[in-house]
Write a protein that binds this ligand. Sequence first.
Ligand SMILES: *[C@@H]1O[C@H](CO)[C@@H](O)[C@H](O)[C@H]1NC(C)=O
Ligand SMILES: *[C@@H]1O[C@H](CO)[C@@H](O)[C@H](O)[C@H]1NC(C)=O
Length: 259
Amino acid sequence: MYQLIIISLLLVNSDGFQVRGPSGPLDVPLGGSVVLPCYVDKPLTMEGLEVDWRRSDTETLVHLYQDGESRPEVQQQDYHDRAHFFTDQIQHGNFSLLLINVTAEDEGKYRCKVFSGQDSGETVVEIKHVERLIVSGSDHSISAYAGEDVTLNCSVDSHITPEEIEELSWKKTDKDGDILVLLYQNNEPLPESSHEQYRDRVEFFTDEISKGNFSLRLKSVRTEDKGVYMCQVFAGGVSADTTVELEQLGESQINKKNT
Ligand SMILES: *[C@@H]1O[C@H](CO)[C@@H](O)[C@H](O)[C@H]1NC(C)=O
Ligand SMILES: *[C@@H]1O[C@H](CO)[C@@H](O)[C@H](O)[C@H]1NC(C)=O
């Protein structure tokens, strides 16, 4: 009897499958889209296959695959037209869900449960933050010689239009207080508000602003420009920023020859 139980356990294990999800929680921009990963480690027979995606907090049905097709008619209304299987991927054991037009209410945990034959397995995917504003820059510092022009990167997520930006400022952060490098307010750059150290040496790339690209052109770099620059954005009552470090490498070759 004891042996029989062990054997049947082994059989279940060798027949069973593992459902896998993402390696960690997901962050999504507001209004953006996200793939909620859910897949199995080996092919399953399509016959009797069922995939059930639910909010694990409310048991709300997000999407269902059953009898060889996705079943939008049983989806909770909120997810209608917003949650989609990759139908051509299902036969490969990929039951990931595409969620579009993400809203703040989409934050939470989702359970992907897969039924095949006598077996089932599940994984939980978490949308941890739906971010209203995402500002990104470059992840490495910038080096330059004195006299060169440099570009400091700052991009606002495209789900925010430039019109929604209340204020965007480039500042040099300094222990004695910040220095205003360049300001954008009410849909226009205000170069006259720049600190005199930067006046007439800084500009946005005008054609790029409509794409949310607020990278800064700093012309004719000086030794005292060295430091950390912050691009800070205010929109819809929240703010976000990115920083980039300008490392001064020294006098240019030309200057050295002249001195
Ligand atoms: C599942 O399919 C989606 C859409 O093609 C893809 O982005 C994702 O990488 C796939 N996942 C796996 C595990 O193959
Ligand atoms: C923003 O525009 C600048 C100047 O054209 C360019 O170098 C940079 O790659 C752009 N950034 C993005 C994210 O497109």
